[in-house]
Design a protein around this ligand. Structure first.
Ligand code: 5AD
Ligand code: SF4
Length: 448
């Protein structure tokens, strides 16, 4: 979601005459796009701002803007920070170019956030966001042939620990024709892979005439677009609604990647209930079994929070049990971080000590690493099709060694990261690679 917002803002500012600089030192404007999901992410923003305050001592004309969730959450408190000129929430990003121009002309601080974030966005706001979004429906610059397209904004779920509904507001689904048009436009510019985005993207629904469009319908319609070869969607909430239809499209359409990111968060029914997640661990595992029956070979990823208030050793063991049974390709595991304003923070005490959270996250990560390693080993000696993203992180070394054959990185349809050597001209294209070595997170291969 944040990568998409960054791409939209970058593209809007280019249109308004700004250019990207290589480093903060050269910049006249610094924008920080922020996430509020965990406290740690916010602390990092404050440390960046501390650094910028220092730079601004010698360059007082530099304009610093904080955009995104933290801007919405902290509003004028953030504006009080010495380094900050502009605070702009997610709903206000269409105003970003104007806010910057104003900051240059008047040298005044500016706040643009939604006052009543829990109310539905107005039609005018939706139209403005829609215009902005479809005008700048834009590629991820690092990966030339890949783009994110928002299917829905916001979230109605109110999981007890989660800040998202308080910073992104209630769920709004974009009209299917706007989404399809945008994908067509991207395809005409050479985009091959589109990822549909939403906090609970599988609950996408839009009533149009007699028909209610679901994510399955969106995937079906997008599959017909020439030039688009891979379609993905994240993130899914464990829910019965549309589940079979979506998995059926995945099974039927060669373009829909066999990958499902569906967080469980916990394996304890008591904790799931306290988290306000509307399912049991057993039922969640049934959903995974069903997904695997529909789409053999589907790769499944999950998220977990350890140390939620009241989580006992037994609850944690239930999570461990679920993780082992789920056999995820990979899992994102976080320590519970109390977020101001959420029901968990207001009503529950953060009872699990930091060292216990640390022990639990370490144990869970180790169990997942073993599973990821086993699943990755199945790829040994096999050929995989990947979409090449570009140079791997270590490529600077390789480029010097072999400029025509640097280390590149790509992903399989099932989201496995594949590292191999090949010509830079493969970036943004599909390639076939034979896997010769594996690790829990990465496959290593040779062009076949
Ligand atoms: N503390 C820790 N992790 C959190 N997540 C969301 N809110 C919190 C929180 N308060 C995690 C969930 C979610 C992922 C995006 O971040 O696992 O799926
Ligand atoms: Fe947060 Fe729950 Fe919504 Fe996901 S579904 S964004 S965890 S409130």
């Amino acid at each position: 979601m944040n990568k998409l917002d960054t791409a939209l803002v970058t593209s809007a500012l280019k249109e308004a005459g700004f250019t990207l600089t290589a480093s903060v030192k050269e910049a006249e404007v610094v924008l920080i796009n922020t996430c509020s999901v965990r406290e740690h992410a916010e602390q990092r923003v404050f440390s960046h701002l501390g650094h910028l305050k220092h730079i601004k001592k010698s360059r007082p004309d530099m304009v610093v803007g904080v955009i995104g969730c933290m801007a919405q959450r902290l509003g004028d408190k953030l504006l009080e920070h010495e380094a900050v000129n502009i605070v702009c929430g997610p709903t206000q990003i269409p105003q970003i170019a104007d806010l910057l121009k104003h900051a240059f002309e008047k040298n005044e601080k500016r706040l643009a956030v939604t006052e009543k974030i829990l109310q539905k966005t107005t039609d005018i706001q939706n139209q403005t966001l829609e215009r902005f979004e479809s005008a700048y429906g834009i590629e991820d610059k690092q990966i030339p042939s890949q783009a994110y397209v928002r299917a829905m904004r916001g979230c109605n779920n109110f999981c007890a620990y989660c800040i998202v509904p308080y910073v992104r507001g209630p769920e709004v689904c974009r009209p299917p024709e706007a989404i399809i048009e945008q994908i067509k436009k991207l395809a005409s510019k050479g985009v091959k892979q589109v990822t549909l985005l939403g906090q609970t993207v599988n609950s996408y629904k839009y009533k149009k005439g007699q028909k209610t469009w679901s994510l399955a319908d969106l995937l079906n319609a997008s599959s017909d677009i020439e030039g688009i070869e891979w379609l993905r969607f994240v993130t899914s909430y464990p829910s019965e609604e549309f589940f079979d239809e979506i998995l059926q499209v995945m099974a039927d359409s060669p373009k829909v990647c066999n990958y499902l990111h569906m967080p469980a968060q916990s394996g304890s029914d008591k904790i799931l209930h306290a988290m306000n997640r509307h399912y049991s661990a057993a039922w969640y595992l049934e959903l995974l079994a069903r997904a695997r029956a529909f789409v053999p070979g589907i790769a499944i990823a999950g998220d977990f929070i350890v140390g939620f208030p009241g989580e006992t050793e037994d609850d944690f063991q239930a999570t461990m049990d679920l993780l082992i049974k789920a056999r995820y390709k990979n899992a994102f595991i976080f320590k519970y971080s109390p977020r101001p304003g959420t029901t968990a923070d207001k009503r529950l005490e953060d009872t699990v000590p930091a060292e216990v959270k640390k022990k639990r996250i370490t144990e869970l990560l180790a169990a997942q690493e073993k599973i990821s390693d086993e699943l990755a080993r199945d790829f040994l000696d096999k050929e995989v099709k990947i979409l090449v993203e570009g140079l791997s992180k270590k490529s600077h070394r390789n480029i010097a060694d072999s400029p025509d054959n640097p280390q590149l990185v790509g992903r399989t349809a099932t989201d496995y990261i594949v590292v191999f050597n090949g010509p830079m001209s493969l970036a943004g294209r599909f390639a076939k690679v034979k896997i010769i070595k594996t690790s829990p997170l990465t496959l290593f291969g040779e062009l076949s």
